[in-house]
Design a protein around this ligand. Structure first.
Ligand SMILES: *[C@@H]1O[C@H](CO)[C@@H](O)[C@H](O)[C@H]1NC(C)=O
Ligand SMILES: *[C@@H]1O[C@H](CO)[C@@H](O)[C@H](O)[C@H]1NC(C)=O
Ligand SMILES: *[C@@H]1O[C@H](CO)[C@@H](O)[C@H](O)[C@H]1NC(C)=O
Ligand SMILES: *[C@@H]1O[C@H](CO)[C@@H](O)[C@H](O)[C@H]1NC(C)=O
Length: 356
């Protein structure tokens, strides 16, 4: 197999400087473990993508990977229509959208959800093939990729055009799930569940969400959409949303998509998709049944990580913690560690994915 790989890659090597097989393919048989190192696996997966895409035109025989590993070709064509009925419980799914750099956060989030016994209905929307294969290899059927695939390198820099493109797909994915008849809870993966959020989704409202403002509200605050702030719109977080498959919820998502098209990314604004979500909520508030979740249970990171007095006062009431109001993987990881919320170090085996 290594010689096959060598031949194929010498003609169409997508990694001219970093491909690890070519120079030492002869040593592979003595060191079989190296085949499974993360870098090598990544390269293999990338090759699958490249060959999977190009093989029909290159006139190659059966792809080596699809022949030896039917699982991979299976997940490549796994659709949302197949995934939803498999994963949903009582017509409800919990989704997140991840690219490969976020996998540790995905695992951390999953451990916390598993502790609340809601992991069975989690569907990971993978933004690259590496994440799709990794999750489905460990946890068959729980990841799906909705084409097209974005440039993963660019997608994880907050404020970049790649990041904007990445988040702009969120309302489309969610709308597709509603159109298929499912309720959906969306979470960013830099979140940790300390409790079960479902009892808080009371009533039969169309859309449930949380405020991203740090201003402290009374415990019995209104569940209406908050009034607009300085920017002429509210500051609702696009990080945690629950939607029922109603016309009202679909209207909000369609408006969100429209708002993203009206105010596309620009270098000066460095926007993400949250402002557009807020414009959409404001513009549809009269027609749609909206519900603001309680701040004590769903505080913004700007409050939870910054006001110890408030945290003490509301002790025992927190349900989902969001690691926002901070930028960068390292900083987020450190803050979760400092607060005892980085669970992957000691509790990885509680995750349905195990240790990644
Ligand atoms: C199932 O969903 C319905 C409608 O959304 C809800 O009223 C009911 O409580 C749910 N049942 C369980 C067991 O979660
Ligand atoms: C983002 O999307 C725009 C429009 O679809 C496209 O022109 C651009 O190349 C994309 N950029 C990145 C970094 O993905
Ligand atoms: C919250 O409680 C205070 C004092 O008990 C009361 O005056 C206020 O009207 C309540 N607010 C709402 C929105 O129910
Ligand atoms: C922190 O929380 C306390 C208790 O709720 C509140 O009185 C105080 O104003 C808050 N501090 C800031 C800076 O928001």
């Amino acid at each position: 197999m290594s010689s096959l790989l060598h031949q194929r890659t010498s003609s169409q090597n997508p990694f001219p400087n970093s491909f690890p097989f070519s120079p030492r393919s002869s040593s592979i048989s003595q060191r079989p473990i190296s085949i499974f190192s993360p870098i090598v696996l990544l390269v293999l997966l990338s090759l699958v993508v490249v060959f999977g895409v190009f093989s029909p035109w290159a006139g190659m025989p059966q792809g080596i990977f699809s022949a030896t590993d039917p699982a991979i070709s299976k997940w490549r064509h796994y659709t949302l229509e197949q995934a939803l009925p498999f994963v949903a419980k009582n017509g409800t799914v919990i989704v997140c959208i991840v690219s490969q750099p976020y996998l540790p956060f995905l695992n951390n989030w999953l451990i916390s959800i598993t502790r609340q016994k809601h992991q069975d209905k989690v569907l990971v929307i993978a933004e690259d093939y590496a994440s799709l294969y990794k999750v489905n290899e460990r946890w068959p059927g729980h990841a799906v990729l909705i084409p097209p695939v974005l440039d993963a390198e660019a997608a994880h820099k907050f404020g970049s055009m790649g990041f904007f493109n990445f988040t702009a797909r969120r309302p489309r994915h969610l709308l597709q799930i509603l159109e298929l008849g499912y309720s959906v809870m969306y979470n960013d993966v830099d979140m940790v569940w300390l409790g079960d959020p479902f009892p808080y989704l009371e009533g039969n409202h169309d859309v449930y969400f949380t405020d991203d403002m740090t201003t402290i509200k009374p415990l019995n605050h209104s569940h209406d959409l908050p009034p607009p702030g300085k920017k002429g719109r509210p500051y609702i977080c696009s990080c945690m949303i629950f939607l029922r498959p109603t016309d009202g919820a679909k209207l909000v998502l369609k408006k969100w998509i429209e708002e993203l098209q009206i105010q596309p990314w620009s270098k000066t604004k460095k926007s993400n998709d949250q402002p557009a979500f807020n414009w959409a909520l404001m513009k549809t508030a009269k027609e749609v049944d909206l519900y603001l979740l309680p701040q004590f249970a769903f505080p913004t990171g700007g409050l939870y990580f910054k006001n110890k007095t408030w945290v003490k006062e509301t002790k025992g009431k927190h349900v989902i913690i969001h690691n926002n109001y901070i930028i960068g993987f390292e900083k987020k990881t450190k803050r979760f560690r400092d607060y005892g919320l980085w669970l992957v170090d000691d509790h990885a085996l509680e995750s349905p994915l195990g240790r990644l």
